[in-house]
Write a protein that binds this ligand. Structure first.
Ligand SMILES: Cc1cc2nc3c(=O)[nH]c(=O)nc-3n(C[C@H](O)[C@H](O)[C@H](O)COP(=O)(O)OP(=O)(O)OC[C@H]3O[C@@H](n4cnc5c(N)ncnc54)[C@H](O)[C@@H]3O)c2cc1C
Length: 404
């Protein structure tokens, strides 16, 4: 690539243009030095399973990004099997940017929101101890004039990703609670709909334990998991809603849930390997039976409990499961089947459309009694009475019938 300098911007699994600080830095650098941008979509940095549902969303988000970047003459180069470092090293004959910038996972805070030395084990202390307010989002960077065209790059690198070819994806399961596409415009449309155009946010506190449909909860998690939506954009929308309608129960509860997400992300960073270890942050000795046949049946939605099997069927058919359903499944797995929670967590990471290792492990460990549930410190984890839970949250057995 002769002429002006090239600045490479690696997405690192953050598949959007909105609220991307690295895009602003790259655009400023390119303008300052008369350079141009290339964008790299490499294998995301963290070790994660990324099952078929999540990969389908990623393919949709990448295709959308590609057409928007192409319109600005900026190539989106795809190296799905390689890390950024490996891609740059493997293709150094053609790919020799003068600078490489990386996008970071969307979080509410740039830096520790609580002193790492005093990082708490429980959410309530995290929330009370926050030493800063969430940061506002940045608008999408102005990219016009920063592309040098697509003609110099191998066609294979510019191939738009294909969505997962399995037949079950061709229209999706009509019963899915997440029937949305994964691209950024779809993510922003869902945010607008849930916060402003429907009563979703207003009723969130009352509806969030629902089990069926698109509206009982926000359905932001799959977009957050692939980075097609910024958590700061969500927080900002909630603040704008509160400026219009006041800080009602629904909107303050949503803020609390977004802080739970933050708590697990920073907890994982704080505890390192212990966070994902079988004994968790409590370093408790395992109390489980490694029954592989029982586990194999469970993965086929044959757990022996009809309520749990209905949840697992939904998970297998759509990749989505309500928060209440996830709690039931995980608690039953640990308490009744007495299987190793790390097996369940790994399976969820593969199956969930919104799989995010810190959030997944954080919640599993909590329910397994090795994580941040204060009731489990020195005692036993909480136990769900599934019959009573169903009477309370699904008295007409709507979910069970839908997934029978
Ligand atoms: C066993 C288990 C495994 C889980 N695995 C994941 C996972 O891999 N990825 C994931 O995003 N969430 C996970 N969760 C948390 C939660 O179930 C989902 O975030 C939520 O159901 C997603 O749907 P929603 O966006 O409609 O949620 P809403 O209820 O509308 O919540 C809005 C947002 O708040 C955050 N949030 C809500 N509940 C939680 C929670 N318990 N912990 C952390 N953040 C939360 C999420 O970012 C969510 O998108 C898990 C929960 C359990 C019990």
């Amino acid at each position: 690539m002769a002429g002006a300098i090239t600045i490479a911007l690696s997405l690192e699994g953050q598949l959007r243009l909105d609220d991307q600080p690295a895009f602003h830095v790259a655009a400023a650098l390119a303008r300052q030095h008369g350079g141009h941008l290339i964008v790299l979509a490499c294998r995301p940095p963290t070790q994660r399973l990324r099952g078929r549902y999540q990969r389908q969303l990623e393919a949709q988000a990448l295709a959308s990004l590609q057409s928007r970047l192409t319109a600005a003459g900026i190539p989106l180069l795809q190296f799905p099997q390689l890390s950024t470092e490996a891609a740059l090293s493997a293709h150094r004959d053609l790919l020799r940017p003068e600078a490489v910038l990386s996008c970071g996972e969307s979080r509410l805070f740039d830096d520790w929101p609580i002193r790492p030395a005093a990082f708490p084990r429980v959410f309530a202390d995290f929330r009370r101890g926050l030493n800063q307010a969430p940061l506002p989002p940045l608008a999408a960077a102005e990219l016009s004039g920063l592309g040098a065209g697509l003609q110099d790059w191998p066609r294979a690198w510019l191939q738009p990703p294909t969505a997962c070819p399995l037949p079950m994806f061709q229209g999706g399961d009509r019963r899915s609670a997440f029937p949305f596409r994964g691209d950024e415009p779809s993510a922003l449309a869902r945010l607008q709909h849930y916060v402003f155009d429907s009563d979703g946010l207003r009723h969130y506190k009352a509806s969030r334990n629902g089990l069926v449909g698109t509206e009982f909860s926000a359905k932001f998690s799959p977009f957050l998991a692939i980075g097609s939506l910024s958590v700061r954009r969500i927080w900002d929308a909630v603040l704008r809603y509160q400026a219009l309608h006041g800080a009602d129960e629904g909107s303050t509860w949503m803020q609390q849930e977004l802080l739970w997400r933050e708590f697990f992300l920073w907890s994982e960073q704080h505890h390192g390997a212990a966070f994902h270890a079988p004994g968790g942050i409590q370093a408790r000795p395992p109390e489980w039976h490694e029954d592989r046949q029982l586990f194999a049946r469970w993965t086929r939605a044959d757990s022996g409990h009809p309520l749990i099997d209905a949840q697992l069927r939904e998970l297998l058919a759509t990749g989505y499961l309500s928060n209440r359903g996830r709690q039931w499944v995980a608690s039953h797995f640990v308490q009744e089947l007495r299987l190793p929670w790390i097996w369940g967590a790994r399976f969820f990471e593969w199956a969930l459309i919104d799989a995010q290792p810190a959030l997944n492990t954080g919640n599993w460990a909590y329910l397994a009694g090795v994580g941040s549930d204060p009731r489990s410190f020195g005692g036993s984890p909480r136990r769900f009475d599934l019959e009573r839970q169903e009477q309370r949250y699904d008295p007409l057995q709507t979910h069970r019938q839908r997934w029978s």
